[in-house]
Design a protein around this ligand. Structure first.
Ligand code: KG4
Ligand code: ZN
Length: 359
């Protein structure tokens, strides 16, 4: 039995988890800072770092207690997200983890947040299935506030980012729309709730890089996303309907939100299914914070061809959490992928070439 303590501080959640053998989640404590950042309509990096500093120690203690761990002697390794994410926020978790590792003579493992989001899909559900060759090629759509990317994983663990956003992430597009409409932060959940009352076919928002409206998609953007144009068209739409101060009626607000969400989801699903077809994917994985969205989940369920296996990350592991960090770290440990205490944090997604969980 291998027990790993994982730490996640890449954005605005301080999370610590203890996971056994890569998928049995013994504890997963998430302390959200959402209320602290809400007045600013987005995450303020320095504020996030300071909040992580305050929360880290109590959250670690709570995670150990919830897991029934009395001493760090019972833990086999300490893992922390070391990127991509907000550098000031990441440094708090990475340094805390290194301190715990050094002080207790334990291995330290730095975890890629992006790959952890993909791995989150398989927590609690038996990771043996990840060794099943028939699952591959596996196409993962990771959609969050920081990322929107399509990753192709083959049975030998090779991973290639086949598409990514060329400007905003899908979650960012929802968060910024929510801010513009005065609906609050984070935008995703409130957009989903508000949009449920509206008619999603009422207004026609653009579907960038999908080849709609007679516009050809450049070869290099075939699987890429672009969401900044939708956001701009929302601003013009709102001013047209509600004037400079964007005074929309209740019905206009509901229909606007539903139609905007529909445009974002339509792009995500179209691009994913195109890539799945072109790369002959045997399975599709949906993960990341935006994967909480019920309309997106249902649409993928409805539209994915029967021959392709669809895996939707459990909602509780879609948004940032440390269970996915401790879970993925199990594979690093069993393969001897230990990191030195000089390991740095990184802000942007590096070239991914390999994932450790397919064999
Ligand atoms: O994965 P995550 O917690 O953090 C990042 O790594 O970015 O994702 C947060 C994002 C936010 O943009 C938030 O608005 C979005 O996930 N989100 C949702 C929903 N719940 C959270 N988007 C759409 N529908 C939801 N129900
Ligand atoms: Zn995330």
């Amino acid at each position: 039995m291998t027990l790993i303590l994982g730490i996640e501080t890449s954005c605005d959640e301080t999370s610590v988890a203890v996971v056994e053998d890569g998928d049995r989640v013994l504890s997963n404590v998430v302390a959200s800072q959402i209320r602290k950042h809400a007045p600013y309509g987005g995450v303020v990096p320095e504020l996030a770092a300071r909040e992580h500093l305050k929360a880290m120690d109590p959250v670690v203690r709570q995670a150990l207690k919830d897991a029934g761990i009395n001493s760090l002697d019972e833990i086999d390794a300490i893992a922390a997200t070391n990127g991509p994410g907000l550098i000031p926020a990441l440094l708090v978790g990475v340094n805390y983890a290194k301190g715990l590792a050094a002080g207790n003579d334990l291995p330290f493992i730095g975890i890629n947040h992006f790959i952890a989001h993909i791995y989150a899909t398989f927590l609690d559900s038996g990771i043996e299935q990840l060794r099943e060759p028939s699952l591959y090629p596996l196409l993962a759509l990771v959609v969050s506030g920081g990322h929107t990317a399509l990753v192709l994983i083959t049975a030998d663990g090779q991973a290639t980012v086949v598409g990514t956003t060329i400007d905003d992430a899908a979650g960012e597009a929802l968060d910024k729309a929510s801010k513009l409409l005065g609906l609050g932060y984070p935008g995703g959940p409130v957009i989903e709730k508000t949009g449920a009352n509206g008619d999603s076919s009422k207004y026609d928002f653009p579907r960038p890089l999908t080849g709609g409206a007679g516009k050809a998609v450049a070869e290099e953007n075939k699987y890429n996303f672009s969401f900044s144009g939708i956001k701009t068209s929302l601003l013009y739409h709102c001013k047209r309907l509600g004037g400079e101060d964007i005074a929309l009626s209740e019905t206009e607000m509901f229909d606007t939100v539903a139609s905007y969400q529909e445009a974002v989801i339509d792009v995500l699903v179209k691009k994913t299914l195109k890539a799945a077809k072109d790369f002959n994917a045997a399975s599709i994985v949906l993960s990341g914070g935006v994967a909480c969205n019920g309309v997106l989940r249902q649409r993928l369920e409805d539209c994915t061809p029967k021959r392709i296996k669809l895996f939707l990350a459990p909602r509780k592991y879609c948004t940032d959490n440390a269970a996915m960090v401790a879970g993925l770290a199990f594979h690093h440990l069993r393969k001897g992928m230990i990191d030195p205490l000089t390991t740095d944090a990184f802000a942007r997604l590096p070239q991914i070439s390999q994932v450790p969980f397919t064999d």
